[in-house]
Structure formats: structure tokens, C-alpha cells
Design a protein around this ligand. Structure first.
Ligand code: PLP
Length: 394
């Protein structure tokens, strides 16, 4: 169940610089715990900006469309609008949210390949005319409710090694591509380009290379039947670090390969417009979740810590995003094996079965960095009466 409104629309605070050291982060957390109740999801605008500019620097010819499904918080959207970012939306509600944040319709792609008739009508009413599709029936719907729209064919590509595999559910088979593009044209639509998604948290550059090669083949095949495509959408999937010790250079290496491969494969396409749909990469590193221990038990020879946020709330990524997090505490000392569980009465609500943390007591803080994406976005508002964390965007 999603929130009716993205959380956090009413929280207005001046920006602060992101603390760089563990001491800096922990002193900020101590201050915020005194000022606010936990659970608290802190979003640092300076990190949102840093990720946006890092992406632009490493992929200068690719326009980012922030995939708001990863975190649709109103202030995050406004922040990206102020940076000049475009948006990838999946529903009428998401269109409403980005328009309300100040996005221009021309900077929006409706990138859910399956759209309801009502959502298509909403898109048309709000002048959104760039839409993805991956099957013939969708084309009939688009032609009926968004006549003359520019359509982008999403193809099925390898998602090998990606944490969230999207090709299980989406993407046209490659052999169908030219047929579908021709069909779009015959229905009065404008076949604009090709899109793909290599799967979320993709660390395997070969997925991108293969997808680019397939796309280039379709560009050539379409040109041979008189359809001259203008847009390549390389989707999202760009990976982030969840643990301090992880390699933080994967994106940079990936970007370098992407630049070279695009140049190699799309040589003749001077006017090619290339866009991407980063979600996690833009908002994940900006989030720090601050929780407190509300219960403690000793069973099976280890401590169980029950904290005031769980898999139904901001740790929803454990279930929906297959995500693993690094748990840190303000208390330091010798580490013991423990389990971290959420506050609900459900046994699914175990955030991590095995961690090593200093011995904690009721009220002690456990915090997690890099949790700005797919956390509050997929949280349930009120299961068992436990609300997700208050969102503080600073
Ligand atoms: C169509 C589409 N675009 C972009 C994204 C964002 O992906 P990521 O957060 O991996 O960048 C998703 C995520 O599932 C998606 O479905």
C-alpha cells in the first residue's frame, strides 16, 4: 500500500553540509535524536546534489530522468526540479507529484510499460507525450488515449547479477521489435526510440553492453524499414554502496565503458538523444535511518533487539528490494552476535537474523546509511499501528 501523498512535504529546513566522518555523522544523529522522535529518516540534500552532478560529470551526454519510484518525497522532487533534472514516472499519481513539485511535462517520461486507460487519459490531459511500451495491446491503448504520442519500445535485456531482476516482468522480445515499431507508426504514433533496464543495483557492465548492442541492431533494422529512431533510454540500475567497505568505484568504471560503447555502437547517430532513469543512484546515498531499541530479549544464545522501525516500514527494502544494510550504533565496544527485528507482531518482521553489534539497551540508537531508496517509498503506512519514520530533508 502506498502513501496517498509523498511524505515530508511540510518539512522545511535549510540545507546542511553532509558530514564526512563517522564522528560527524554520529554527532549530527545525537543532535537530531534530541530534537525529533525516532524513527527518523534523514535525507541530505547536499548528497542528492552530489549524486546528480557526479552522474552528469561521468555521463555528460546522457540526460538523467530521476525514477521517482525510488523515493517520491515532495522535497526530494523539488530539489531535483531545482537542479534541472527530468523525471521518470510510473502512474497518474506520480505524474501529479512531479508536476506539483514544478516539473515541466516535456521533462517527464511515463516509463511504466503497462498503463491503465485512466492513467493514459491523465497523462494526455497533462501533456505528457513520451511513453514506453513493450507489447502490441499497449499500443492500441496508447493510440486511443494518447493519439500521436512519442513511444519508446522497451526491450527485454539480460539482468545477470542485478539484485532486482526487471526482465522477469517487462520487455519485448528482440525479434518483435521492428514489428512493434512499425505497428506504432501505423497507429499514428511516433516511434521515438528504444529503452531497456538492466535490473536494479546492477554491477555487471556486460548487461549494459549487450543491451546497447541489441539496441543498436534494432536502430539499424528500423532504419531499413524507414523508421529513424532518435532516442535511446538506458534505464536505471546504476549501483550504490550499502557498506563502508564496498568498492565505490563501480559506477565510475561503468560510466567510462558506457561512454565508449555508445560511441562505438551509435557512430552514425549524430542527433541521438540519450536519456537514463536513475533511481537508487540519486537518492539512496542521501538517506540515513535513525532508530532506537524498544525491546531486548536473550534467546537461542544471542540478543534480539526490537527496534522502532521494521520491514513493514522503512526496512521494506529487505523484502521488496532484496537489500542488505550495514547497521551501526552510537554505542561502541566489544561486539556480540544479535538479531535485529522490527516492532510489529509479525515474524516476517526480522530485519537481520545475524549481526555483530555492541551490547545495546532500551533507547540505544541503531542507524543505517545509504537507505534513501526503496525504503519509505514502499513502506506500509499503518500496519499494526506502526508508522514509517518521520522524513527530515535538510
Ligand atoms: C522503468 C524503471 N526505470 C527506472 C527504475 C529505477 O531503477 P534504479 O533504482 O535501479 O536506478 C526502475 C526501477 O525499478 C524502473 O522500473
Amino acid at each position: 500500500m502506498a502513501h496517498e501523498e509523498p511524505e515530508g512535504a511540510d518539512v522545511q529546513k535549510p540545507s546542511i553540509k553532509a558530514p564526512k566522518t563517522r564522528e560527524g555523522i554520529e554527532s549530527l544523529i545525537r543532535k537530531l535524536v534530541k530534537e525529533h522522535n525516532t524513527p527518523l529518516l534523514l535525507i541530505l540534500k547536499s548528497v542528492l546534489s552530489r549524486q546528480f552532478y557526479y552522474f552528469k560529470k561521468k555521463l555528460p551526454n546522457i540526460e538523467p530522468f530521476y525514477a521517482i519510484k525510488s523515493n517520491p518525497n515532495a522535497q526530494i522532487l523539488k530539489h531535483f526540479v531545482s537542479l534541472g533534472c527530468a523525471f521518470d514516472v510510473a502512474s497518474a499519481k506520480e505524474i501529479e507529484w512531479v508536476l506539483r513539485a514544478g516539473a515541466k511535462p516535456r521533462n517527464i517520461i511515463f516509463a511504466n510499460t503497462i498503463k491503465s486507460e485512466a492513467d493514459l487519459q491523465y497523462a494526455r490531459c497533462h501533456k505528457i507525450d513520451l511513453l514506453t511500451f513493450d507489447n502490441e495491446l499497449e499500443l492500441y491503448k496508447i493510440a486511443k488515449f494518447c493519439p500521436k504520442a512519442r513511444v519508446v519500445l522497451r526491450i527485454k535485456v539480460a539482468n545477470i547479477g542485478s539484485v532486482v531482476q526487471l526482465s522477469l516482468k517487462f520487455g519485448a522480445d528482440l525479434e518483435q521489435a521492428t514489428y512493434l515499431l512499425k505497428k506504432a507508426k501505423s497507429l499514428g504514433l511516433h516511434p521515438e526510440g528504444i529503452s531497456f533496464h538492466v535490473g536494479s543495483q546492477c554491477t555487471n557492465i556486460n548487461n549494459y553492453i549487450q543491451a546497447l548492442e541489441e539496441s543498436a541492431k534494432i536502430f539499424a533494422e528500423a532504419a531499413s524499414v524507414g523508421i529513424h529512431l532518435k532516442l535511446l533510454d538506458i534505464g536505471g540500475g546504476f549501483p550504490i554502496k550499502h557498506f563502508d567497505g564496498e568498492d565505490g568505484t563501480i559506477f565510475e568504471k561503468m560510466a567510462s565503458t558506457l561512454r565508449k560503447e555508445i560511441k562505438r555502437l551509435f557512430k552514425g547517430y549524430d542527433k541521438l538523444r540519450i536519456i537514463a532513469e536513475p533511481g537508487r543512484f540519486f537518492c539512496g546515498p542521501a538517506g540515513i535511518l535513525i532508530t532506537q531499541v524498544v525491546g531486548k530479549a536473550f534467546r537461542d544464545n544471542k540478543y534480539y533487539y526490537y527496534i522502532n522501525d521494521g520491514v513493514y516500514q522503512d526496512f521494506s527494502g529487505v523484502i521488496f528490494d532484496h537489500c542488505k544494510y550495514e547497521f551501526k550504533t552510537l554505542k561502541h565496544g566489544p561486539k556480540l552476535l544479535c538479531t535485529i527485528a522490527g516492532p510489529t507482531c509479525d515474524s516476517l518482521d526480522i530485519i537481520s537474523l545475524t549481526e555483530e553489534l555492541p551490547e545495546l539497551d532500551i533507547g540505544n540508537v541503531i542507524y543505517v546509511k545509504n537507505i534513501g531508496a526503496y525504503s519509505c517509498a514502499s513502506a506500509v503506512p499503518t500496519f499494526n499501528g506502526f508508522a514509517p519514520a518521520k522524513v527530515l530533508v535538510i
